[in-house]
Design a protein around this ligand. Structure first.
Ligand SMILES: NC(=O)C1=CN([C@@H]2O[C@H](COP(=O)(O)OP(=O)(O)OC[C@H]3O[C@@H](n4cnc5c(N)ncnc54)[C@H](OP(=O)(O)O)[C@@H]3O)[C@@H](O)[C@H]2O)[C@@H](O)CC1
Ligand SMILES: [K+]
Length: 478
């Protein structure tokens, strides 16, 4: 499991550790890891031109000490001091001893243009809001140069705890972060600014429960349902799909396509698109009697392509099995009915649907995904999976750890892709996974399937469904 912790927790762990170590030891650990990562990135250090963007805090100190290490290995290092009177004194002295030089921000354009490598030590976890004007100018120069940009701890200008980007920020090729990932490194839009991320262990002792976690292959393997020798289709779970309408039969077909790949023993389809479903998937159990009379299921998926069929949504919500609500179902679901449920509920909106439920703009949801997913999970008392550039999953109530999906791909932003995900996660619910596990494992497989199906080219939702089995195998193989 990859984990991320908020700044307050990092600061507390840092204080505890510093009390037990000689002064400056932590910064030396950080700088050593940073210099090593830079050396790996550029291949050969000797003769490289390195520019350090140095702010007034310890983030600048890290950059200076790392710069000193690179200078000792033969790099030409120039530090741009944003606040000359407040630059980290020890770091500056170390750089000068190693032969590095300093320039004022107004003289930085030339060195940045000629640099092979720029280290962004403007701000780290002490930063607030977008970059100030002088810092933003340096960030723009670095962006326009041919140099590789390495962010120290975080790309300066992004919000460490939320992943928000409220103004100008550094765009890095690599971020070298210390002690733990910060939430902003895993959540868009900030994640996009970070480039690839390398974690340097500095020995922080962090609490058991993180603020964010991202499943890895091994975690997913552990959570996937595995049929036992005694399993029959009913023991493996039956997932009911109440989806589609005369107008949108395709949503039903795609939700069933996802459900067939999610580990449930059988898929029961209820709704007006039975013919379309059977034509494509003859193994589906089809009923047109409505959810209450369709026969036993272990979980329901309701909503994809449902149009205005509020009655079906209400019937499903009244059941005593886990329910996944998606698409039109989200709009049609009564808050009180969702809150009153005793079995687990998982809602799977995209940003636009979440915005409508919260009464805010889509941009607001996209800018602050973590806050939005927690807020929705709190209002509905349900687990919520918010789809998008970074898919995030909060447990019912919205408190506690939020799961972040690491496998997404932009190619998944295609019509019907969400229907496949709802079927897949619903199937995992029927197979016995908790709402958060079903959502996050579903998103993980779906993202991986999207990558496998796309391989760098556009892809249709049915191809994503077909690639789920390959994703499953890949996960199990490790
Ligand atoms: N935690 C750990 O375990 C370890 C932490 N370490 C390192 O310490 C870093 C934290 O250092 P930190 O606390 O000194 O804060 P930092 O990020 O340098 O920024 C503070 C300065 O930034 C300024 N500033 C603020 N906002 C700004 C903006 N928008 N645009 C421009 N400037 C802005 C603000 O200026 P002021 O408001 O005072 O004018 C203030 O002076 C951490 O990220 C890691 O790199 C490692 O060395 C070892 C282990
Ligand atoms: K930084």
């Amino acid at each position: 499991m990859r984990t991320a912790y908020c700044v307050d927790t990092v600061r507390a762990a840092e204080r505890d550790l510093m009390a037990r170590l000689p002064e400056g030891a932590l910064m030396q650990r950080a700088a050593a890891g940073l210099a090593a990562a830079c050396a790996d990135l550029v291949g050969r250090v000797y003769g490289r031109r390195v520019v350090l963007l140095v702010g007034s805090g310890d983030n600048g100190g890290d950059a200076l000490y790392a710069g000193a290490r690179l200078a000792r290995r033969g790099a030409g290092v120039t530090a741009v001091q944003l606040a000359p009177g407040r630059t980290h004194a020890g770091g500056l002295a170390a750089l000068r001893r190693a032969g590095g030089r300093t320039v004022a921000p107004e003289d930085a354009a030339g060195p940045i243009r000629r640099a092979d490598l720029v280290l962004d030590g403007i701000v780290g976890i002490g930063g607030r809001g977008g970059l100030r004007e002088d810092a933003a100018r340096l960030a723009a120069l670095a962006d326009g140069s041919r140099a590789a940009v390495v962010a120290v701890d975080l790309p300066s200008g992004v919000e460490a705890d939320t992943g928000e980007v409220r103004g100008a920020a550094v765009r890095a090729d690599l971020t070298v972060t210390f002690g733990t990932h910060k939430p902003g490194l895993l959540v868009d839009p900030a994640r996009e600014y970070a480039g690839s991320v390398r974690l340097v262990d500095i020995g922080l002792d962090l609490p058991g429960e993180p603020d964010l976690e991202a499943l890895q292959h091994a975690d997913v393997t552990r959570l996937l349902p595995v049929p036992g020798a005694e399993s029959d289709k009913y023991r493996r779970g039956v997932v009911g799909i109440a989806a589609g309408s005369a107008r949108y039969p395709g949503a039903a077909v795609l939700a069933v396509a996802g459900a067939l790949r999610g580990g449930a023993g059988a898929v029961r389809y209820v709704g007006p698109a039975g013919h379309a479903v059977l034509a494509r998937y003859p193994e589906t159990l089809v009923s047109d009697q409505g959810p209450e009379r369709a026969g036993r299921v272990q979980a329901w998926v309701v909503g994809p392509g449902a149009g205005d069929d509020a009655g079906t949504v209400a019937q499903v919500l009244a059941s005593d099995v886990p329910v996944l609500i998606d698409a039109d179902g989200l709009r049609l679901a009564d808050v009180g009915a969702v809150r009153g449920r005793t079995a687990p509920t998982l809602m799977t909106p995209h940003a636009g649907e979440a915005a409508a439920l919260l009464g805010v703009s889509r941009e607001e949801v996209e800018a602050g995904r973590l806050a939005a997913v927690r807020e929705l999970a709190g209002r509905y008392g349900a687990a919520v999976l918010l789809k998008g550039a970074t898919t995030v999953v909060a447990g019912a109530g919205g408190g506690g750890v939020v799961r972040v999906n690491p496998t997404g791909t932009a190619w998944l932003a295609t019509a019907g892709s969400g229907d496949v995900l709802s079927g897949l996660s619903g199937s995992l619910l029927a197979a016995g996974l908790s709402a958060v596990d079903a959502g996050s494992v579903g998103a993980y497989l779906h993202g991986l399937a999207g990558r496998f199906a796309a391989v760098g080219a556009p892809v249709g939702a049915h191809e994503v469904a077909e690639a789920v089995a390959g994703a499953w195998r890949d996960v199990v193989r490790g």
